[in-house]
Design a binder for this molecule. Structure first.
Ligand code: PMP
Length: 356
């Protein structure tokens, strides 16, 4: 990385940007490092991107994503006024931090969670509080009751994969009536229970979901917020102040077709869950310790071997996983669930590394 220029605003001189997982240019690796789906988008999604639609790219898209929101609203059992679409859920989260937190209204999130939360807090000069997970990496819902700050929780949490129940979350939302509670459900389709049904009951609950993981569209960049229409109105005010055409025409089409092809994705997600349970059992047989993940990844460690040795050993064998050099989780690696064949190759490599 080159030095910062002398022109950058001093506001950002200390900013530590988010570091995404490696995206190798060659396809030689078995890529289990950024929680993408191993399956292609549904055939209907591919057909939706026709030549005619590509030709229409000379025109701006619909800044309201009207057709997509109509279809998605029906799927989520809400109205289109409960929905805002974003360029990935990262963009939605960025608007959320901008909208509902500042120096006075601080934000709380777990000490081990999605790395972008602290980056957005820094970027927007927000006072943030990291609440330690319990020893077993679970979130203690009691820690978030009557907190009096904006709360951001990933459910399932990343990279632990552990879930809170909807009942636990409802108690958190109900006990913080004057603050927004954001539930980031990026991995909800792999075994958790969504809080979307609660958005009609609580005006301070915002649920964020993505097409990146369970709908095989990470590269299309599509996420959404579900919440009370007033919250959605706030977020739209910011979106229209930054980039009203934030979702491309082709992505909108893909997003609508993906909802219409939901049975395809239900099948693939069930397959991913089965593969997760299969790989988890295999890893346990080898002596690995794992969290009880309800996501499309596993967080695993091998007693006596550090996480970076696991990461390096697998990389040398053509398998990319994610290692976080952070307190408490540095002994672990996060392994995305791929196809069964990919998981078998990963397990074979681990056996080789461990001399089993
Ligand atoms: N939330 C969590 C918890 C994530 O792990 C990710 C993926 N990195 C995101 C949000 C953002 O996903 P996207 O921007 O691809 O929708």
């Amino acid at each position: 990385m080159t030095e910062l220029s002398r022109f950058l605003s001093s506001r950002f001189s200390g900013l530590k940007a988010y570091v995404p997982g490696e995206q190798p240019k060659d396809t030689a690796y078995i890529k289990l490092n950024t929680n993408e789906s191993p399956y292609p988008p549904a055939p209907q999604v591919i057909e939706a991107i026709s030549r005619g639609e590509i030709e229409k790219l000379r025109l701006y898209g619909d800044p309201e994503c009207t057709e997509l929101r109509k279809t998605l609203a029906e799927y989520c059992s809400v109205t289109p006024e409960h929905l805002m679409m974003g360029n990935g859920s990262d963009e939605i989260l960025s608007f959320v931090f901008m909208a509902y937190c500042d120096k006075n209204t601080g934000v709380s999130y777990p000490d081990i969670s999605y790395g972008f939360y602290s980056v957005y807090a820094d970027l927007y000069g927000i006072s943030s509080e990291e609440i330690p997970l319990k020893e077993n990496f679970a979130i203690d819902p009691e820690d978030y009751r009557n907190r009096g700050r904006t709360i951001v929780l990933a459910n399932p949490n990343a990279p632990t994969g552990l879930c809170l129940t909807v009942e636990d979350i409802e108690k958190i939302v109900a006990s913080n009536p004057d603050n927004v509670v954001i539930i980031d459900e990026a991995y909800i389709d792999f075994g958790g229970q969504s809080c979307i049904p609660l958005v009609r009951k609580y005006d301070n609950l915002l649920v964020v979901q993505t097409y990146s993981k369970s709908r095989s569209l990470a590269g299309a960049r599509l996420g959404y917020a579900v919440g009370n229409p007033a919250l959605i109105h706030d977020l739209n005010r910011l979106r229209f102040s930054v980039n009203p055409y934030n979702v491309s025409r082709l992505t909108m089409l893909a997003g609508k077709a993906a909802i219409e092809a939901q049975p395809y994705y239900d099948n693939k997600n069930a397959e991913i869950i089965l593969t997760r349970e299969y790989a988890s059992a295999k890893l346990k047989e080898l002596g690995f310790l794992l969290t009880d993940s309800r996501a499309n990844f596993i967080l695993a460690k091998y007693p006596g071997m550090g996480g970076s040795a696991l990461y390096e050993g697998l990389k040398a064998r053509g398998i990319l996983v994610r290692h976080f050099n952070k307190p408490r989780i540095s002994d672990f690696v996060r392994i995305t669930i791929g196809t069964k064949e990919q998981m078998d190759a990963m397990i074979l490599s681990l056996e080789e590394m461990l001399g089993i």
